[in-house]
Design a protein around this ligand. Structure first.
Ligand SMILES: Cc1cc2nc3c(=O)[nH]c(=O)nc-3n(C[C@H](O)[C@H](O)[C@H](O)COP(=O)(O)OP(=O)(O)OC[C@H]3O[C@@H](n4cnc5c(N)ncnc54)[C@H](O)[C@@H]3O)c2cc1C
Ligand code: SF4
Length: 458
């Protein structure tokens, strides 16, 4: 295909039809063809000039790896040599509950501080030259940007989870051929880079390791601004410090302005999710970065949550990271407890259902054939489960409408937080049996769709 043809296809299948997953590859892989621009629907690639033949190879790679075109998970999983199979959390070798032992690392972490611990050790042991991470702009904490660094100080103080769509992969253009990198990214970004690593081995072998985050829901950039305006902060340059998960696990959103400090519990600010939820997280079935080398999420067990200490669920999918974790253990840098597959799935049963079953129903309910289609079919979805999904979609549509946002703006903060925390518990309680039973009954079958055929040809 010629450059212009590929560009037209990318535009019609993904960008113009609202299926961009905001990964940033469009900017990261081309030479000044695209720039990721923030819009009310997240960062979207904007064309800066006409495509020419010099762009052809870059566009081919983007078209192949673009997560907005869907990721053929079943097919790609077979190319990764993890020992155990799982449709729910992706194939894996070992599952752990883990925390960094060094208090100063753990307390800064979003959950157990495991990611910053691994990054610090990868750099100190010279396993990689640099890490690629998302970090806050120190001068303007509302801005996040990808950085390439080997600074121990920067890694130690890297931002906690940023619940905003950020085009991390735009930084890929800055990588050097002869250096080794470790990338920390969200599921769809990990999947895109995995495709590049599998099909353009030589060019992307410098991205040595992929550390994937769990990612259930994410929000467009307006969420924080909405919160600040609601709380009387109209000048955004007044923000001096911002932490998404401040203090003991699960942490609070802390915003410091020159005059005031806002502290809102994690489960309280969840009320922002339906108002600003990003479309890509409604459509992807990947919660746990299934194509990573190692994935990290919160260990959401009621017992652990009460302890407040900060625990991560860690999925090692590669022999390298099995050994790496063992070495950290031997050096008394990490505390770990091996857990079973059922236990790990149980920690995120609701979100796994939201992704694996929910995204599938949502794609069908929205009934738009432009939406991504994954390379598996689901069997055994009950009518009750479809009904629940319809309610979720109605809530999201109402809350994210202009009227919905106005109503949320008028309602008192403490009331909203309280209602959302309670609704979360009640909703989880009532939908638990339908969802858990549903997860047990649901069956997956792989299908060979266009995406698989395309990859098979390479
Ligand atoms: C948008 C989002 C949604 C999430 N949803 C869930 C969920 O549903 N369930 C769950 O169990 N866990 C979820 N997580 C993961 C969880 O919040 C923690 O990041 C994870 O447990 C790792 O904790 P840690 O203490 O080891 O990480 P830390 O040591 O605190 O390291 C955090 C790392 O994450 C990177 N990072 C932060 N935000 C982003 C971002 N937006 N994009 C790319 N990199 C980023 C930082 O650069 C840093 O390297 C989510 C994270 C994000 C960013
Ligand atoms: S998902 Fe990534 S590759 Fe696809 S259009 Fe968006 S930025 Fe480009």
């Amino acid at each position: 295909m010629l450059a212009k043809e590929i560009l037209n296809k990318l535009n019609s299948e993904v960008i113009n039809s609202g299926n961009c997953f905001h990964c940033g590859l469009c900017e990261g892989l081309t030479d000044g063809l695209f720039k990721m621009k923030q819009t009310i629907k997240g960062p979207i690639p904007t064309l800066l000039r006409d495509a020419n033949e010099g762009d052809q190879e870059d566009l081919k790679k983007i078209y192949l790896a673009c997560p907005g075109r869907s990721i053929p998970y079943s097919f790609l999983q077979k190319k990764i040599s993890s020992k155990q199979k799982s449709r729910f959390i992706g194939n894996y070798n070992n599952l752990y509950i883990a925390s960094a032992i060094d208090e100063s690392i753990r307390i800064k972490g979003s959950s157990g501080g495991v990611i910053r611990l691994m990054l610090l050790n990868l750099i100190k042991n010279k396993e990689v030259d640099y890490v690629i991470i998302l970090d806050q702009d120190l001068k303007n904490p509302l801005i996040n940007k990808p950085i390439i660094t080997n600074s121990i100080r920067k890694i130690n103080n890297v931002t906690q989870s940023v619940y905003e769509t950020e085009p991390l992969l735009k930084i890929i253009k800055k990588l050097k051929k002869k250096k080794k990198y470790c990338l920390v990214a969200l599921p769809e970004q990990i999947a895109a880079v995995r495709i590049l690593k599998l099909y353009y081995k030589k060019q992307f072998q410098n991205i040595k390791f992929l550390i994937g985050l769990y990612s259930g829901t994410n929000m467009y950039q307006g969420a924080l601004k909405f919160y600040l305006k609601k709380n009387g902060v109209s000048k955004l340059n007044q923000i001096k410090k911002l932490d998404w998960r401040y203090g003991e696990w699960p942490g609070s959103l802390r915003i410091k302005t020159s005059k005031k400090e806002f502290l809102i519990k994690k489960f309280y600010y969840n009320y922002l999710i339906p108002l600003y939820i990003s479309k890509n997280c409604l459509l992807t079935p990947d919660l746990s970065s299934e194509l990573s080398d190692i994935s990290v999420g919160d260990a959401w067990s009621p017992k652990l949550e009460k302890s407040g200490y900060g625990y991560s669920l860690v999925i090692s999918r590669s022999l390298y990271f099995d050994n790496f974790i063992k070495k950290l253990l031997a050096k008394k840098k990490i505390s770990i407890k091996k857990v079973s597959h059922n236990f790990a799935v149980g920690l995120h049963a609701h979100m796994i259902d939201f992704k694996k079953v929910g995204s599938f129903i949502r794609i069908n309910l929205l009934n738009n054939f432009n939406f991504p289609r994954y390379d598996y079919n689901l069997h055994g979805i009950t009518n009750k489960r479809i009904f629940i999904e319809k309610i979720i979609l109605i809530i999201i549509n109402l809350s994210s409408s202009n009227l919905g946002r106005i109503i949320f703006r008028i309602m008192p903060e403490s009331f909203l937080g309280f209602i959302f925390e309670k609704t979360r518990s009640i909703w989880k309680y009532f939908s638990k049996s339908i969802k858990r039973e549903g997860l047990k009954k649901v069956r997956f079958s792989s299908i060979e769709n266009l995406r698989v055929k395309e990859l098979k040809l390479l």
